[in-house]
Design a protein around this ligand. Structure first.
Ligand SMILES: Cc1ncc(COP(=O)(O)O)c(C=O)c1O
Length: 471
């Protein structure tokens, strides 16, 4: 017996229609092959659209960036007809780039269902299929066993926080300095960024532990000294509030904090110490998931055994909090109207397909190849224009990151210069963002599965032109 729902999904008529739409979009986007300036005739309308967009919320858009609805690979077309390299991809969200055929198919399939949203009370089968698959992937090298799906990273983090607090019956949180966790009141309370909680109450008590800093470690006399010093700070915080810590939340590689990659030993010693204190380790992979040289950052570092709670979002579109058997919350703790839209789960499944089958990982995988190509181009740029790249005392590595998290530090990492560089690069045709809290860095989260490694020299021609405007 086939249900009507199944017969729709298996219909050859619908399959043909989807093929026809994807082929038509392919034809319509074939002319998007390189960066180009705005079309003069569209400019006035576009400026009005950008202004109107800012006016709806009361402050201007950071970049005057409104998509036309089309693109190709890492190239995105804006509504003014211009084409730019999209190297930040919605801060990692558009991981398969623009007008990717499999993304189009996922979007089209998602339009076949009777409703758009799945809820905790009433849902189709897709959210749970996504959750099951994600838990299976995570479970290959960790003890993570259950998932609760949400519509944003901040909400996944809220759920993870509740799981930890209920389990431990505790009210304090351990977090790294310079961490970022999202924009809810609780997440801005924990996130180490004063501007994000300007005028807001702090509703959660946090004890901050320093994150890895290679320059400081060197000054202290090496990695072991730095780790011992950090462990001492952890011991002090735990001793000051015995039994009060619900968790230690960790980004294994900090995103907003500056794409800072620590050595495994730093994370492992802290995780081991947490185990000793009975404090759950919560790994926030909302920015790192999928991007390192393994699918999970905990796999990249070989630390899955220590992870008790985990969050994902951004590139999977469907967001989730995961936890182990021991961390299982009591029924009633987590719920809400929406689990997400059909398109979130179709897209999430498509992204997982690409990550699993696309030769993405390992030292020879395409993500490592992209990272190497980025570094080679960046090193050549630094060598060509050393005056743009003065040494930065607190971050001597001018080119940093791992896999698809890439950073470059021109102009001494000065905030105003990096922001000006972001805008100049945008005008030249390369969309990037920044990260760090001083020094600041140019941040790239490129849509690697949709790019060719040989596109990096062309991308760096644009980057060179953009930086020249600021220098
Ligand atoms: C590490 C980390 N956690 C949480 C979040 C919040 O995710 P969202 O913006 O989807 O709420 C972000 C977003 O940048 C993040 O980088």
């Amino acid at each position: 017996m086939t249900t009507s729902g199944q017969s729709i999904r298996q219909s050859p008529v619908i399959a043909q229609a989807i093929d026809a739409i994807v082929a038509e979009i392919d034809a319509k986007t074939a002319s998007i092959t390189d960066v180009r300036p705005p079309t003069e005739a569209l400019r006035a309308d576009y400026d009005a659209l950008v202004k109107a967009a800012g006016d709806t919320r009361g402050w201007p858009l950071l970049y005057p960036m409104l998509g036309s609805g089309a693109g190709r690979g890492a190239l995105v077309e804006l509504a003014d007809g211009s084409v730019k390299w999209d190297l930040v991809a919605g801060i990692g969200v558009h991981f398969l780039g623009h007008s990717h055929p499999e993304m189009l198919r996922a979007q089209l399939r998602s339009s076949l269902e009777d409703t758009t949203k799945h809820g905790n009370l009433q849902s189709g089968t897709l959210p749970y299929a996504f959750a099951k698959r994600f838990v299976e992937l995570a479970g290959r090298s960790s003890r993570l066993k259950y998932a609760y799906l949400t519509t944003s990273g901040a909400m996944a983090n809220e759920c993870a926080m509740r799981v930890c607090m209920q389990k431990r019956n505790a009210d304090r949180v351990l977090a790294f300095e310079h961490c970022f966790m999202g924009r809810s009141l609780t997440m801005t309370s924990i996130g180490d960024n004063a501007a994000a909680r300007d005028g807001l109450p702090v509703n959660t008590a946090v004890d901050y532990i320093p994150f890895w800093n290679a320059a400081l470690a060197e000054r202290m006399g090496g990695q072991t000294k730095f780790i011992d010093w950090t462990l001492q700070q952890l011991a002090t915080a735990v001793g000051r509030y015995p039994g009060r810590h619900a968790c230690f939340v960790m980004e294994l590689i900090q995103g907003e904090g500056g794409f800072n990659v620590p050595p495994k030993a730093f994370l492992e010693e802290l995780m081991k110490a947490c185990k000793g204190y009975g404090i759950p380790v919560w790994d926030d992979e909302i920015q790192t998931f999928g991007r390192t040289e393994q699918m999970f950052a905990f796999e990249h570092f070989g630390l899955g055994e220590y992870v008790d709670v985990f969050c994902v979002g951004k590139m999977t579109h469907a967001c989730a909090a995961l936890w182990t058997e021991e961390m299982k919350p009591r029924p009633g703790l987590l719920s809400g109207t929406f689990i997400g839209s059909t398109v979130d789960f179709e897209v999430g499944m498509t992204v997982l397909d690409v990550l699993e089958k696309g030769n993405c990982y390992g030292p020879e995988g395409i993500f490592a190849q992209h990272h190497a190509a980025f570094r080679a181009q960046a090193e050549a740029l630094v060598a060509k224009h050393p005056e743009w790249f003065p040494k930065v005392e607190l971050a001597p590595e001018l080119i940093g990151g791992v896999g698809g998290m890439m950073r470059l530090t021109p102009f001494g990492g000065a905030k105003d210069k990096i922001a000006a560089a972001g805008k100049a690069l945008f005008d030249e045709g390369a969309i990037m963002f920044w990260c760090g809290h001083g020094p600041y860095h140019l941040r790239l989260l490129p849509p690697m599965p949709a790019m060719r490694v040989d596109e990096w020299p062309r991308i760096f021609e644009v980057i060179e032109r953009g930086l020249a405007r600021v220098a």
